[in-house]
Design a protein around this ligand. Structure first.
Ligand code: EAX
Length: 324
């Protein structure tokens, strides 16, 4: 080999090595709510941890406030590979991974401890394992929170009070069926359209966890809040398989660990908002019913529960309930 050529190859190799050491990949990540919301906090921790654990080879560009569309659209974009990562509620997930519908059943989870234990345990792992067949990688569970009802018409204490109300639901067939069963007129709608729909009276109410009600400023357009806690709303960080498959095993581990850290931070923010948010919403003018007749709501949904047992398996439902 002549010396000129070997020099050239050496330079090329050095260039590659140098390039590899400095190569930085920007991960585009979207979510529905504001940067200071639970999704914003969880996503920021995910991004910081990712950067740290890959020595800066990966960093994020965040797209908060539904800038890239509703959750359903963002999941589609991840499936297509035009978006790298989404931090989303399970609301629209059943349309992609039907097995996940089971965790959206109202009154399935007793409390936050129960829900988090299920998602972090074998059941949550098994559900995440269903995603790759649908062209999605479920990196880690995060959290949206227990959902409560708000509306512009009246205080809600019992299931009788919700009869005839037009309530926006997520694009989730379990939720739609459950609300129909107690006499609500469900109006499925993407989240980015919701504020205007409430403002213009297209719908009377909606239901969301405290952190969403706070960050979306629904107090400006809804007078009544009832702490119905009728359903837990899990969330997850989902990644495009094309991105995931390119990663080394070490980087896959870094992504997964960053996802877990993001999930923990997001849950902590949900806890904080639950602790202080209700007072904040009162100050913003909402009338809050704290002593909702939860048992009455549960009883009212008993008939639809037998339907869910048929659809999602009585055994699978019991397995979730049995987690202590
Ligand atoms: O995930 O659509 C909804 O109501 C969701 O709870 C919200 O976008 C946050």
């Amino acid at each position: 080999m002549n010396s000129k050529r070997s020099l050239f190859i050496a330079a090329l190799l050095a260039g590659t090595a140098l390039g590899a050491a400095h190569a930085q990949t920007t991960i585009r990540i979207g979510y529905a709510t504001s940067p200071t919301s639970h999704y914003g906090v969880g996503t920021s921790v995910f991004c910081e941890e990712l950067e740290k654990r890959t020595s800066g080879r990966y960093k994020c560009q965040q797209f908060p406030n539904s800038a890239l569309g509703g959750e359903r659209e963002m999941i589609e974009a991840v499936q297509l590979g035009t978006l790298d990562v989404v931090n989303t509620s399970t609301g629209p997930i059943g349309n992609f991974v039907p097995e996940v519908n089971i965790v959206d059943i109202p009154f399935l989870f007793r409390d936050y401890d129960h829900a988090r234990k299920v998602m972090d345990g074998p059941i949550g792992d098994e559900l995440r394992a269903k995603f790759p067949a649908k062209g999605l990688i479920a990196l880690a569970w995060t959290e949206n929170g227990f959902r409560h009802m708000t509306n512009s018409k009246r205080a809600i204490n019992t299931p009788d009070d919700v009869k005839g109300l037009k309530v926006r639901t997520m694009q989730n067939k379990v939720h739609i069926q459950a609300f129909q069963s107690i006499g609500v007129q469900p109006t499925p709608m993407a989240f980015p359209e919701l504020f205007t729909a409430l403002q213009q009276g297209t719908v009377d109410g909606q239901e969301n966890p405290i952190p969403v009600i706070l960050s979306a400023k629904f107090a400006q357009v809804q007078k009544h809040l009832s702490l119905t806690g009728h359903v837990y709303s899990p969330a997850l960080i989902i990644m495009a398989p094309a991105q995931w498959n390119r990663l080394s095993d070490a980087d896959k581990k870094a992504f997964a660990e960053a996802g877990k850290a993001g999930g923990a931070a997001q849950r902590k923010k949900v806890n904080d908002d639950e602790a202080t948010g209700i007072d904040e919403l009162r100050k913003a003018g909402m009338q809050v019913v704290t002593n909702v007749d939860g048992n009455a709501f549960r009883r009212a949904m008993t008939p639809v529960w037998s339907e869910f047992a048929k659809q999602y398996g009585a055994d699978a439902i019991k397995r979730i309930q049995d987690v202590k």
